[in-house]
Design a protein around this ligand. Sequence first.
Ligand SMILES: Nc1ncnc2c1ncn2[C@@H]1O[C@H](COP(=O)(O)OP(=O)(O)O)[C@@H](O)[C@H]1O
Ligand SMILES: O=C(O)C1=C[C@@H](OP(=O)(O)O)[C@@H](O)[C@H](O)C1
Ligand SMILES: [Mg+2]
Length: 409
Amino acid sequence: MYGLIGEKLGHSYSVLIHQLLTNHAYQYELIELSQDSLGSFLERKSFEGLNVTIPYKKTVIPFLKGISPEAEKIGSVNTILSKPEGLFGYNTDYAGFLYMAKRAGVHFSGKKVLIMGTGGTSAAVCAAVKDHGARDIIVVSRSGQVNYQNLDVHHDSQIIINTTPVGMYPHNGETLIDLEDFPDCEGVLDVIYNPLYTNLVLQAREKKLAFGGGLVMLTAQAKYASDLFLNQKADDSIIDVTVEQMIHRIQNIVFIGMPGCGKSTIGKAIAELTGRKFIDTDIEIVHRAGKEISKIFSDDGESVFRRFERDVIQEKGKENSLVISTGGGAVLDKKNRMALRQNGKVIFLERNVDALSMEGRPLSINQAGLSQMYQYRLPFYEDCCDERVINDHLIDITIQEIMQKLEKK
Ligand SMILES: Nc1ncnc2c1ncn2[C@@H]1O[C@H](COP(=O)(O)OP(=O)(O)O)[C@@H](O)[C@H]1O
Ligand SMILES: O=C(O)C1=C[C@@H](OP(=O)(O)O)[C@@H](O)[C@H](O)C1
Ligand SMILES: [Mg+2]
């Protein structure tokens, strides 16, 4: 048996990743252990190999017969092999992090690198960055010498790396820094994988900097661990293949576009075809407000409607594997755009303005008004989307085209 030990493993993707990487070559389990049961579990040796996560990456070391030079240097172990002579520790976070940096196009040589966090992952990241020639490495923590109150002296940092859990589910959207304060920044790496893209990574992507999200590191460290488990050296190309498969399963499919363009109808169909749960933000709002949208607008005003809309999007955007059809005005709010993008593949549905359905839509008054609205909103739709799909032909053809786009990746 193989598995992952840690204190809380509720949201771990490791079982699925190991299955995909190795085509179910071994049984892999999540093993939650309390601090007091860690020692007895390791001493029982009822496993062939383990991965280790928070908070045990350092705690396991005294139970090991030997550790690899990398793990020794980093002072942290994330992989254990059970051999006849005893337990041996390794660190594949180091190589996993370097794989993420390489794939993101981030290079450390000669660069000033800012690393947020001081835990086990930070130790592996620091070692990797140092070994790859960083000019200056600044480690930030809440209460350390360099902290978030005096970070301004390091505004010239070129690479920024988050190893803290800030922004991780369910605290999506939180971030420790604003990239606006780091004008020389050229690349951002975040070890968080849930959400797929933290606000920090989304900000880097918006600024057209090099960026990498934690799913690549998670998958790469798992691949290097599986090589140790199976005593092999599989080709690294399996990492990207597995990341794509994981994203395909995890990501939300989000529809945006003008009111009446087909988001609700097409979203529902795509949810059925992909086996995903369907969320229509307008239906959710009607549910919560206890009245129809036109009644919310007439009784309470648009701002109350938008507040409901923001709450629904903040909540549902955090989840995985949903189809989310938004209302036409949802993307006007930056917070909504970030929330929809963090886990989402965002599809902009385009339908000729003359063909847009207007019924039951308090903001769709006449053609001239809709044309004006289109002019104003187009840049927001364009800014927020990953794909554009034209819905000017038969609806079934649009649905087919979307399915093809989704299957391609
Ligand atoms: N390609 C299409 N051909 C014909 N009718 C369509 C097409 N796409 C959408 N519709 C219709 O337009 C109306 C509005 O669609 P809806 O899904 O409610 O849009 P949205 O959610 O974007 O406001 C529905 O009656 C829907 O059936
Ligand atoms: O465009 C908008 O601002 C709106 C679009 C509507 O949703 P649909 O886009 O599904 O019609 C609904 O959210 C509300 O009437 C406001
Ligand atoms: Mg709708």
